[in-house]
Design a protein around this ligand. Structure first.
Ligand SMILES: [Zn+2]
Length: 68
């Protein structure tokens, strides 16, 4: 990590800058809580589109005149 005061690189396990003795920010564990995406769209949107597609497909089927 880099010191916020003097921009000197410090080892990650150091709590104080070796150069200016400034307290270094604690490395925060990366918590990746990104929503699952597929091709740039969230998964739920794909599911919604699939549902709409299926619904319209079945809707067309049922709307066809039966027994002409
Ligand atoms: Zn420093």
């Amino acid at each position: 990590m880099t010191c916020t005061k003097c921009n000197t690189w410090n080892p990650d396990d150091k709590t104080y800058c070796w150069r200016c003795q400034a307290e270094l920010p604690k490395p925060q564990p990366k918590v990746e809580k990104k929503a699952r995406t597929f091709a740039g769209l969230p998964t739920w949107m794909w599911l919604a589109m699939a549902l709409i597609f299926i619904a319209s497909f079945f809707g067309q089927c049922f709307m066809l005149p039966v027994g002409q």
